[in-house]
Design a protein around this ligand. Structure first.
Ligand SMILES: Nc1ncnc2c1ncn2[C@@H]1O[C@H](COP(=O)(O)OP(=O)(O)OP(=O)(O)O)[C@@H](O)[C@H]1O
Ligand SMILES: [Mg+2]
Length: 359
């Protein structure tokens, strides 16, 4: 499916970019709500059409298993010899590519980090490099996707703190570039939101599933009947990835009612498994450095609050809430202080399972 809508989000993001960098922007939301696709669309389609010249660095940590600072730096930087660095820099100035996957660094300087006598301060290099781009009249933007990948890496202190320090320097202090950090990990967002170091230095932008009106327009365009639109909305809500599935099913001539029910059954099986495993295996979650056991009864009790509600207030973390978040069943929005199922399908599956368990 081609990129759809997100007019409001694109307008908001563009407004942020058109102001001087000041705060770090954390983009968060339920899984598969379309955060990554939105940011790529902004970078590939919207920014190149603006009058201003941007240099965008989209650093996607998805798929990397990073356990050491060196591994993070290998993703952050692209090592070039002097000639290719010059070419690269020229290319950035001319806007030859819509975005870059890493920040270029000359091999000689880079080697100093790993083998050298002289020390190479990687973060200072980022600062100097962005300063040069600013001097040439470009507006740099750095986007980190899946930033939570580095949340547990310790050097002396946690690496993430050094990265936050860099972000604060680049935005609030030096006003060198805009920084966006994307994550679906709601426990990570919760930590960040309560992090003293980031108080008044960060803002939070929610990219949620589509609302009813957008879903209706999209599906009507794709030839869905009113009855089919209602079915899709009632089962899938506005989760883009499921809408893509529904449209594909429709194109293949499948029966929409059967499809939505099949998806619901599948989700029920998965969630039932996460609940029933607790009968046989002691599952732990980590809170404040301690391993705490997840209790099946307390978990069902928590889920039972969704019998008649779609959203409940967030009243602090519990092992059961954390377990459900880590298993992508519930989504925690610490900014709006609420907890809700990751999707409509999850809500329906939870309700059916509560009936099955007589809760
Ligand atoms: N605006 C959109 N138009 C069309 N399809 C979309 C849109 N947003 C999301 N999708 C579909 O939903 C899928 C998931 O989107 P995306 O990967 O951007 O979600 P995400 O929020 O980044 O997910 P994650 O939580 O895993 O990081 C996409 O591959 C695409 O098929
Ligand atoms: Mg993503």
């Amino acid at each position: 499916m081609e990129f759809y809508n997100r007019e409001k989000e694109l307008r908001d993001l563009l407004n942020m970019i058109n102001q001087d960098p000041n705060l770090i922007t954390f983009i968060y939301g339920p899984i598969n709500s379309g955060k990554t696709v939105l940011m790529y669309h902004l970078v590939n389609e919207i920014l190149p059409k603006q009058e201003e010249k941007y240099a965008t660095f989209y650093i996607n940590l998805r798929g990397y298993s990073i356990t050491k600072q060196e591994e993070f730096l290998k993703v952050l930087f692209e090592v070039c010899d002097e000639d290719s660095f010059k070419k690269k820099f020229d290319g950035i100035l001319k806007g030859l590519e819509k975005y870059h996957k890493a920040i270029p660094v000359i091999r000689r300087i880079w080697r100093e980090f790993f083998y050298g006598e002289k020390s190479f301060d990687a973060f200072k290099h980022v600062e100097d490099f962005l300063q040069e781009l600013n001097d040439k009249g470009l507006k740099p933007i750095i986007i980190f996707d899946e930033l939570q990948v580095i949340k547990d890496i310790k050097i002396n202190e946690l690496l993430i703190y050094r990265v936050f320090n860099l972000f604060i320097r680049l935005t609030k202090e030096l006003k060198l570039c805009h920084v966006f950090a994307i994550t679906s990990d709601s426990t990570f967002i919760e930590k960040i939101y309560n992090e003293a170091m980031l108080q008044d230095r960060a803002k939070y932008y929610l990219v949620d599933d589509f609302d009813r009106e957008i879903v209706e327009n999209l599906l009507r365009d794709k030839g869905f009947s009113d009855e089919e639109i209602n079915l899709v909305w009632n089962y899938f809500g506005g989760k883009p990835i499921y809408l893509v599935e529904a449209i594909q099913s429709k194109n293949m001539g499948k029966n929409i009612k059967e499809e939505v029910e099949r998806m619901l059954k599948l989700r029920e099986v998965q969630i039932r498994d996460r609940i029933e495993v607790l009968k046989f295996v002691e599952k732990h979650v980590r809170i404040e450095g301690k391993e705490i056991v997840v209790d099946r009864n307390r978990l069902l009790n928590l889920l039972s609050r969704f019998k008649h509600e779609e959203i409940i207030p967030y009243e602090g973390i519990s092992p059961e809430l954390l377990y459900l978040i880590e298993n992508n069943i519930l989504f925690l929005d610490p900014v709006n202080n609420i907890v809700k199922p990751q999707s409509k399908l999850n809500l329906l599956a939870i309700r059916n399972l509560l009936k099955e368990f007589n809760v």
